[in-house]
Ligand binder design. Structure first.
Ligand SMILES: Nc1ncnc2c1ncn2[C@@H]1O[C@H](COP(=O)(O)OP(=O)(O)OP(=O)(O)O)[C@@H](O)[C@H]1O
Length: 752
């Protein structure tokens, strides 16, 4: 509690019972149900508005707490009913009693909300006159969006209101062709016609797409039967300055992006100065995008690869960067070097893993894009939302399944792709009076996975569609399979021993694909030559044969690490990241390895938790601590080659072992043990075998998006454990609840 500040409240606020409310909020923060900043913000509001309604600080604390849980606003109608799910307080008696009291303080009807929210600290975003006492609208820290018919609808922290507004404007502006000014370097850009509709050279696009997506005789029948969504995605992205390509794992998003880049270059006449850039929200995702694009470029049709100028132009496209580094973020500040006043110098930007891009980043990105530039978002709309507030890709892709294409778009697709889409993909809205949503004309959903056919793919589909019947049939099928046939292992209820056996690779159909493999390699540590047993005063030259042997050993460990990962729904508890990490460490100890519960040890798997541009490492990079080749006593964290980890500029020779990407543990300030990681953190990664753990308790955070994301990280084998019977079923029945007004802004339909 923070009594000193409670006493500092103004007198008339005290009369309205506000100090008791603030006192309660601090008690809830002390109990860990709220963040201290939530209570502090509510207290600030109570001090700034001495006449505030007694419930206002409660609403403010809820708003702040929900922002911390990824919501961009609070939807006021129905808040009472959803509060328990949104706040997810512990199920103990005390917390539940507090929650019940809190619910009673919240209004149910529009009039009640109006009374609570009438305050100079809240600006109403309608044409309605500002509330009495409203002194400084521009500085009001909160914004209330009110509908003329239904009254108060959503309450925002001002920043998030602005992010939503500018994201919606930025996206819609790129679709409508607003304020377009093409600099001299661009050639293939659709210039807006007088009515705002984009004008493109459809015949030329059709010619290029026909080359990029040749129909061979063998697949001609199939091609005639099913729309080629990859080709459609390219056609849509070439038509205007926004393209959104969504699809599950292996549906060919990168494959399509490679063809889109080739098409953009071909349309521009292969111009060397067409600046195509690639980015992703994390360093790991950026590295993966570059890698898979390289492969996808090699798969381009022979006729395209034979065009030397085009091929060279494609090869010149720089490697993908993180959005942070692209926008010029600096540590410790939210300010970015690139913004509307200093836009990015590019003509096309392809952003992968767009589901991980939060609202603030998307708003910043759209601000920093030059008006003429094309933005292409690639991502899986069904994955978990971004860690930070917002559900941008999910909101943008509302209706992607149905298409919602206008007659003009259907016509354009017929002319550019040579195929007539079935009428079910045409907009079926409220008759001719209502136009098809503009944003839908930029979105394509890829529907055929080339990677997932078997049990994992079928499970993912059952989860995605919340199809309990299909799920039941798959479970029955699983029972009939011999353990050697199974790609999926299922244990509910599971014990800690089950989890340990599975994590070790001693159980399950795919025994030997757990951490035992890592342990075996750790135990087979090579003997260090005497010269490198202890620190040397000068940086020693490393003997090439020893260097190669050490590198081979490290690589074996990195390969074992890439093979298997434990994913948890939660951080805490025995079935969360912490419990599972302890379990693996215990197994390593029982195996005879000198591991520690805390701190560094050889074999500790860690995840970087903060970008460090100086060290060249990024949030989410995973590596393993091992003795350095040049000094047996120095532990370094070795990262896979695909990681974005780079030797720090100016690092000493011994610091930057030539062949491996590694960093001395003493330099790695922000890292945590990662034998197990959260499903959230695993986004953008894949492993041959994934073991997913759900906790013993119920939580609204256990959702089908979480199951889907966990499942689709597994390439070959998937194991699932939970101590609670029905945990999977319950998670499958729940969808992520992210309150946002973006769908409303983009599509004009309410959503919360
Ligand atoms: N039209 C196609 N014809 C043949 N192979 C294809 C086609 N589309 C995709 N593929 C192949 O399918 C695999 C998956 O494609 P890709 O990596 O582009 O999918 P993705 O959606 O980007 O996957 P993820 O995001 O899960 O990594 C690749 O090996 C790619 O070559």
């Amino acid at each position: 509690m923070n009594p000193a500040t409670v006493h500092a409240l103004p007198q008339d606020a005290a009369r309205s019972g506000v100090p008791h409310t603030i006192e309660r909020l601090w008690q809830w923060a002390d109990a860990g149900w709220l963040r201290r900043m939530d209570a502090a913000f509510a207290q600030w509001v109570a001090a700034a508005d001495p006449h505030c309604h007694a419930s206002l600080p409660l609403v403010v604390a809820i708003l702040s707490a929900l922002e911390g849980r990824g919501h961009s606003c609070v939807a006021l109608p129905g808040l009472q009913a959803q509060l328990a799910a949104l706040l997810d307080w512990p199920i103990d008696q005390q917390a539940q009693a507090a929650l019940a009291w809190l619910k009673l303080q919240l209004p149910v009807h529009a009039d009640g909300w109006q009374a609570v929210l009438r305050s100079p600290v809240i600006e109403t975003a309608t044409a309605a006159p500002p509330p009495a006492g409203h002194v400084d609208v521009a500085a009001a820290p909160m914004v209330l969006v009110s509908s003329a018919v239904h009254g108060p609808a959503r309450l925002y922290l001002r920043r998030y209101y602005q992010f939503e507004q500018s994201t919606a404007q930025g996206l819609l502006g790129r679709v409508h062709g607003a304020a377009l000014q093409a600099p001299a370097t661009t050639a293939c850009l659709p210039l807006p016609a007088a009515d705002g509709a984009p004008e493109v050279d459809t015949a030329r696009i059709a010619q290029i797409l026909a080359q990029l997506f040749p129909v061979d005789a063998a697949s001609a029948d199939q091609a005639a039967a099913a729309p080629n969504w990859q080709k459609i995605a390219c056609a849509l992205a070439l038509r205007q300055r926004l393209g959104v390509i969504t699809g599950g794992p292996g549906t060919g998003k990168t494959y399509t992006a490679a063809r889109l880049m080739a098409a953009a270059l071909a349309l521009a006449g292969h111009r060397a100065d067409l600046r195509i850039r690639l980015a992703a929200p994390t360093g790991k995702a950026a590295a993966r995008l570059s890698e898979s694009l390289q492969l996808a470029l090699q798969e381009l049709p022979a006729a395209i690869l034979a065009d030397q100028a085009l091929h060279q132009a494609l090869l010149r496209i720089p490697a993908a960067r993180t959005l942070h580094s692209l926008l010029g973020a600096s540590p410790g500040t939210r300010a970015l070097r690139h913004n509307a006043a200093n836009p990015l110098a590019l003509d096309w930007l392809i952003v992968d893993e767009a589901s991980m891009v939060d609202l603030e980043m998307m708003a910043n990105l759209l601000q920093a894009l030059p008006p003429h530039a094309h933005l292409v978002l690639l991502g899986d709309k069904d994955q978990l939302d971004s860690v930070e507030a917002g559900a941008v890709l999910g909101d943008v892709c509302e209706g992607a399944q149905q298409g919602h294409y206008s007659a003009a778009t259907m016509d354009y697709l017929e002319r550019s792709c040579g195929e007539r889409l079935p009428s079910e993909y045409g907009y079926q809205g409220a008759g001719a009076a209502q136009a098809a949503p503009a944003l839908s004309q930029a979105i394509a959903m890829l529907r055929v996975s080339r990677r997932f056919g078997g049990m994992i793919g079928q499970l993912a589909l059952a989860v995605q569609t919340n199809d309990a019947q299909r799920m039941g049939a798959l479970m029955a099928q699983l029972q009939q399979q011999s353990s050697a046939q199974r790609a999926v292992f299922w244990k509910e209820p599971a014990t800690a021993q089950d989890a340990q056996a599975l994590a070790w690779g001693a159980d399950g159909p795919h025994a030997a694909s757990g951490y035992a493999e890592l342990a075996r390699h750790l135990q087979a540590m090579p003997a260090w030559p005497a010269a490198y047993q202890r620190p040397s005063t000068s940086a020693p030259d490393i003997e090439p044969a020893w260097q190669a042997r050490h590198a081979h050993w490290v690589q074996q460990l990195l390969d074992a690490l890439a093979h298997f990962r434990i994913l948890c729904a939660t951080r805490q508890g025995p079935w969360g990241v912490e419990g599972m990490n302890d379990l693996v460490i215990q197994s390593l100890r029982e195996y005879g390895l000198p591991v520690k519960s805390q701190g560094w040890f050889a074999g500790r798997v860690v995840m970087v938790t903060r970008n460090d541009a100086a060290l060249g490492i990024f949030n989410g990079d995973v590596g393993i601590a091992l003795p350095a080749a040049h000094n047996r006593q120095q532990l370094r964290v070795y990262f896979p080659q695909a990681s974005t980890a780079q030797p720090a500029p100016g690092a000493a020779a011994a610091e930057a072992e030539q062949t491996m990407r590694s960093i001395a543990v003493s330099r790695l300030q922000h890292a945590q043990t990662a034998f197990a990681m959260t499903v959230h953190k695993s986004q953008g990664s894949e492993f041959a075998h994934v073991m997913l753990c759900l906790p013993a308790y119920e939580s609204p955070l256990l959702t089908r998006e979480l199951l889907y994301t966990g499942l689709t990280r597994a390439k070959k084998h998937f194991s699932y454990v939970s101590p609670r019977v029905g945990a999977w079923q319950q998670a499958m029945g729940q969808s992520t609840l992210r309150t946002s007004g973006l769908v409303d802004l983009l599509y004009g339909t309410a959503r919360s």
